[in-house]
Design a protein around this ligand. Structure first.
Ligand code: GBH
Length: 476
């Protein structure tokens, strides 16, 4: 019923970029093939109890072998662009040093296949699959067990806690640009450093499974530095169309009390401003937090804040945040993650909203709010924006709820355009169902359904809806 009652979407600009997104660890599989090194997610998934359905990403959607079929699906969908990620351990198996030519060959074939299909390749250089060889620290406490919280500044460990990882990342970026730069125009350095810092190093829900709480902050700084060094490497190879994909959402205070407002403001700093301010304004949003960061931070900020050609935003939902409730019984928990007691804020459930199968509230107008607040906060320092991810988890090949979700978010996006925010494109997460990190295969974000037994791809109703929508838009 909702299908036929939808009024046509408002018209987007002629040159608006329509795309879909995926990431290497979530779709490729073939983790031991053609010289690929191990990733932090391979190691993490091996541990007991870390992935909800007990799965791992060894096969995933087998995209590594089926990429031709997947590119045909992209062509059928009619998108202008495909955002995928390059697997760092496929290119540099140990994270540093020797390059694996067979890894580069795969992306070479993929890029050629995309270009032949008339789809622009938009690689992300890093989407959370750190080479495990760089994670020299222990892989940390289990989710249940928690982990030790080392004293400030005394955190040992590798991965993004180590400054050298930024340099290794830039060297890898250079290697990829040298091979693909003749055919790739648009580059994305990192995906969501905020989530990797929070979930991977802060709360231990994601690889590498460390639960360092605020001692995870160096991982944020080193990712930002790695971004800046990679931008330099890409520019040296002639790149003129570089962005980053950051996770952002409005933070709503649970009430107007001072305590709730302060808690929400801190959450906003950690999720949004800690990443956007250094990139766009060349400074950290909070002196106290900046003081916890290692290295010559002032010099690093010059590298981090080099001008970007565009700014990517992954939007899923707003967060309602209040002060922790001292009277609460038992440890705080949110979205299935047990929260360390020392956190000075507490996310709350947003009531009275439809929810996706993941339990996330559906709040399309918060996308408009987010874009307006970015324009307000960053003004002329905000380059053109691309929505590099937006999507939802629903089961089924018939997925009217996904259509309703995407339709509502596109209207909200159009409202931001009408209000003058310079948004140039929109990418749906995701082309196909895939390995949803700690949730395993239980959450399905795809426009294309994957049967994980046969690996058969079946376009869902949302795929057909998006195809028709893009045709309508092109007719304009
Ligand atoms: C993205 O992260 C990732 O880039 C992508 O790889 C992933 O598959 C996709 O999203 C879907 O998860 O419990 O209501 O507060 C998204 C980051 C962080 C967004 C957690 C939603 C919490 C929802 N997400 N956030 S809620």
């Amino acid at each position: 019923a909702p299908l036929t009652s939808l009024t046509p979407l408002p018209r987007f600009p002629r040159d608006f970029l329509w795309g879909v997104s995926t990431s290497a660890q979530q779709i490729e599989g073939a983790v031991d093939e053609d010289g690929r090194g191990r990733s932090a997610w391979d190691a993490f998934a091996d541990g007991p109890g870390r992935i909800k359905d007990g799965s791992d990403a060894r096969v995933a959607t087998d995209h590594y072998h089926r990429y031709r079929e997947d590119v045909a699906l992209l062509r059928g969908l009619g998108v202008g662009a495909y955002r995928f990620s390059v697997s760092w351990p496929r290119i540099v198996p140990d994270g540093r040093g020797a390059v694996n030519p067979a890894g580069l060959d795969f992306y070479d074939r993929l890029v050629d296949e995309l270009l032949a299909a008339g789809v622009e390749p938009v690689p992300t250089l890093f989407h959370w699959d750190t080479p495990q060889a760089l994670e020299t620290g222990d892989i940390g406490g289990s989710i249940a067990g928690g982990g030790s919280v080392a004293g400030r500044g005394s955190v040992a460990g590798g991965g993004w806690l180590a400054r050298e990882t930024s340099e290794h990342f830039a060297a890898y970026a250079d290697t990829v640009a040298a091979r693909l730069g003749d055919r790739v125009d648009r580059w994305i350095t990192l995906n969501e450093p905020a989530e990797l810092t929070l979930l991977g190093y802060g709360l231990g829900q994601h690889a590498p499974g460390r639960r360092l709480v605020f001692d995870a902050l160096p991982a944020a700084h080193h990712q930002l530095l790695g971004h800046g060094l990679a931008v330099q490497a890409l520019r040296a190879r002639g790149a003129t169309n570089i962005g980053i994909a950051n996770s952002h959402g409005p933070t709503w205070p649970a009430s107007r009390t001072e305590a709730d407002s302060a808690a929400a403001a801190l959450y906003d700093v950690l999720l949004n401003r800690l990443f956007a301010d250094p990139l766009l304004l060349g400074r950290y949003p909070d002196e106290e937090l900046a003081a916890l960061l290692p290295g010559p931070v002032a010099d690093d900020l010059k590298i981090i804040s080099q001008p970007l050609d565009w700014y990517g935003i992954n939007y899923y939902q707003p967060t309602l945040v209040g002060a922790p409730d001292p009277a609460a019984a038992g440890p705080a928990e949110f979205g299935g993650i047990s929260l360390p007691p020392e956190l000075p804020f507490a996310p709350r459930e947003i009531e009275d909203r439809p929810r996706t199968d993941f339990g996330w509230p559906v709040v399309p107008e918060a996308l408009t709010e987010l874009l307006l607040s970015f324009r307000e906060r960053y003004g002329a320092s905000l380059p053109p924006v691309l929505i590099t991810e937006n999507g939802c988890a629903y089961d089924g090949v018939e997925d009217p709820d996904r259509i309703t979700f995407l339709d509502a978010h596109l209207r909200a996006l159009h409202d931001a355009l009408s209000a003058g925010v310079d948004v140039r494109g929109y990418f749906v997460w995701s082309l196909m169902d895939n390995f949803e990190w700690a949730e395993g295969y239980a959450r399905r974000f795809g426009l294309v359904h994957i049967d994980y037994r046969t690996l058969t791809r079946t376009p869902k109703s949302s795929y057909h809806w998006l195809r028709d929508t893009l045709r309508d838009q092109a007719r304009g």
